[in-house]
Design a protein around this ligand. Structure first.
Ligand code: COA
Ligand code: AMP
Length: 633
């Protein structure tokens, strides 16, 4: 079927379309309704159906002749380790981990927080939760204790699963003190903590609370898959919003399984037996969907890579892994290729490897900038496919459906909407705008299966954040335009969320932390363009009267503060002291204007501005340190 036919069909007859896709998974009980609304008025897919996501990802394949195929390759240049698990081996391990969790009292509907590095046990922990019908919430290993504590308090896990350390390029991150500190900070205390001891680091166990993974798993009886409702939650994944409190994006079991399975063939053109590699981290949505669940749901082999695009040991790391596991489809964030390009501009290292198995390179997580696209295309000679999505949707909203008919690429655009997503651009009043006109990108309701039905324990915030601004639509908080051929161009966030090296962070949260510093009266944090990381944060700070700290000293203190409270991934390194911030007459900081000045060197004076001279204050602060677009080559 052509893309256009499939797309139109999905929009005109969504229930028929998604009923057909649902036939591709092995339900315990088929859904009674395809699309319905729940008590809170939210759309729900596949009510009445029962299934188990772990069964679909593992047992189903073992029972259908795929038991000896590799399910997961683990490649860790930072620890010099390589391992592989067949579907049978992974199923057996996961069943034992599920047994250990059951022994700790975990039952269907319980929550479990997972704070782990990129080791196979992390995938096992996720799948073991799914097996029991428990709801996992993975917290990225690079987050500081305070961030972990916020998530523990919101998810209220019965059990927390972790490892003794993460391994970065040049350092070992000792997790146990971070973990203990987080539990100290949180009001909710998990009753048990399951710890996987890595050879690189041991730890002190707290008696009565901490349990050794290897002992518990070896003593456990394998647990069977527990049937859950299609609408039961599979996981909660916290993502940055505009405030210090992250949003707990909820994912259900039924819609997720159907959508991800559909995407593997129609979007990525992968068949069972193919090798699929998403170089990301299980702490992000890409890791949930395309390192763990989707490749396994589709009977592919997935690659778990504990390394970096560069430095582990060099900029040939990705090419080496692609050759070694005969990767067919690869997916990562543009920042990773910008890092490779910087180290190895002519891609000389690539020539050392046989990449004949590779069919396509997918990119997401941030805008694929045209120079990176052209470079990657020219060195690989392969289709380079940008696709746009968010934690909220769990899978792509816009992209080139390579499993249907590949469409011509327009550089700078992530192509056309994926079947199921009715993507529109609206102005501030919610009116649809003509082609090539910039505005707010929205998705007409209902969203397709796999997307968030609501936020964990906060339906009010769900409606306020996503549904109330443009009634009838889901507001994505991304801005951009659609051209005359329907190609969607995503130009960046319209809110206070920034994307640093493909990591989604909240400038609002940074402002809350910086604002609490004893020297700071007020501040505004915005993202500025960075040639490697896409964006990095920069803080404009007003000092309290009488404070005499130098800009340099304040900057160092604030950088340390963000590092301690959010984590090193915050990459906060620049603080500029100013006397005034541009504000409206009602006192609201004009962040959009500040962003424009940092990005473009200047901005029109907003009609609502209280003090037009405050704009020069921002320009001067940037000029003094030669920061921002105006000072780039
Ligand atoms: N645990 C603990 N610390 C972590 C971490 C983790 N899982 N991940 C990153 N950090 C730390 C790093 O060690 C670094 O600390 P430092 O400031 O003390 O050196 C800091 O956070 C910043 O890390 P990072 O953003 O990775 O920057 P980098 O300069 O080390 O590497 C890139 C740059 C481009 C190679 C790297 O950011 C990268 O691989 N990006 C791709 C990200 C990605 O795949 N995102 C997923 C979206 S699909
Ligand atoms: P996350 O929820 O971490 O996946 O981040 C989602 C945000 O990343 C989106 O709202 C976009 O701002 C940005 N993003 C993701 N993919 C793309 C893309 N292909 N092009 C442009 N921006 C993207």
């Amino acid at each position: 079927m052509s893309y256009l036919e499939e797309y139109n069909n999905s929009i005109e007859n969504p229930t028929d379309f998604w009923a057909k896709q649902a036939e591709n998974i092995d339900w315990y009980k088929k859904p009674e309704t395809i699309l319905s609304k729940d008590d809170q008025g939210n759309y729900r897919w596949y009510s009445g159906g029962t299934l188990n996501t772990c069964h679909l990802a593992l047992d189903y394949h073992v029972e259908n002749g795929r038991g000896d195929q590799v399910a997961l390759y683990y490649d860790s240049p930072v620890t010099n380790t390589k391992k592989q698990y067949t579907y049978t081996q992974l199923r057996n391990e996961v069943a034992k981990v599920a047994g250990a969790l059951a022994d700790m009292g975990v039952v269907k509907g319980d929550t479990v927080v997972i704070y782990m590095p990129m080791i196979p046990e992390a995938a096992m922990a996720m799948l073991a939760c799914a097996r029991l019908g428990a709801i996992h919430s993975v917290v990225f290993g690079g987050f500081a204790p305070a961030e972990l504590a916020i998530r523990i308090d919101d998810a209220k896990p019965k059990v927390l699963i972790s490892a003794t350390c993460g391994v970065e390029v040049k350092k070992i991150i000792d997790y146990k003190p971070l973990l203990d500190r987080a539990i100290e900070l949180s009001r909710h205390k998990p009753s048990k903590v399951l710890i996987y001891e890595r050879p690189e680091q041991s730890c002190e166990m707290i008696e009565g609370r901490d349990i050794d993974w290897k002992t518990a798993v070896s003593q456990a009886a394998p647990a069977d898959c527990v049937p859950v409702a299609a609408t039961d939650p599979l996981y909660i994944l916290y993502t940055s919003g505009t405030t210090g409190t992250p949003k707990g994006v909820l994912r259900d079991n039924g819609g997720h399984a159907v959508a991800l399975k559909y995407s593997m063939k129609s979007l990525y053109n992968c068949d069972p037996g193919d090798v699929y590699w998403a170089a990301s981290d299980i702490g992000w949505v890409v890791g949930h969907s395309y390192i763990v669940y989707a490749p396994l749901l589709a009977g592919c082999s997935t690659v778990f890579f504990e390394g970096k695009p560069i430095m582990t040991p060099d900029a040939g790391a990705f090419w080496r892994v692609m050759e070694e596991y005969k990767v067919n489809v690869f997916f990562t964030a543009p920042t990773a290729f910008r890092a490779i390009k910087k180290e190895d501009p002519e891609a000389k290292l690539m020539k050392n490897y046989d990449l004949s198995s590779l069919r396509a390179i997918f990119q997401a997580g941030e805008r694929l900038d045209p120079p990176t696209y052209h470079w990657l295309k020219s060195i690989s000679g392969l289709p380079v496919i940008d696709h746009w999505w968010q934690t909220e949707t769990g899978w792509a909203i816009v992209g080139n459906m390579t499993g249907l008919d590949s469409l011509p690429c327009k550089v700078g655009s992530s192509s056309l909407p994926i079947p199921g997503y009715n993507v529109q651009v609206v102005d501030e009043e919610g009116e649809e705008v003509p082609p090539n006109t910039s505005g707010n990108i929205v998705i007409k309701l209902p969203l397709p299966p796999g997307t968030l039905p609501t936020l964990w324990n906060d339906d009010k915030r769900f409606k306020e954040s996503y549904l109330s601004e443009f009634p009838g639509y889901f507001s994505t908080s991304d801005g951009g335009y659609i051209d005359e051929d329907g190609y969607v161009f995503i130009m960046g966030r319209t809110d206070d969320v920034i994307n640093v090296a493909g990591h989604r962070l909240s400038t609002g949260e940074m402002e809350e932390l910086i604002g609490a510093h004893e020297a700071v009266a007020e501040c505004a944090v915005v993202g500025i363009e960075d040639s490697l990381k896409g964006q990095i944060p920069v803080g404009f700070v007003i000092l309290k009267n009488g404070v005499t700290i130098t800009e340099e000293a304040l900057q160092a203190e604030l950088a340390l503060l963000i590092r301690q409270e959010i984590g090193a991934i915050g990459c906060f390194k620049i603080a500029l002291v100013v006397d005034r911030l541009p504000k409206t007459r009602s006192g609201k900081i004009l962040r959009k204007t500040i962003r424009k000045i940092t990005d473009e060197g200047d901005a029109p004076v907003p009609s609502t501005i209280d003090d037009p001279d405050s704009l020069s204050e921002i320009k001067n602060a940037l000029a003094k340190r030669k920061i921002g677009k105006a000072f780039q080559d």
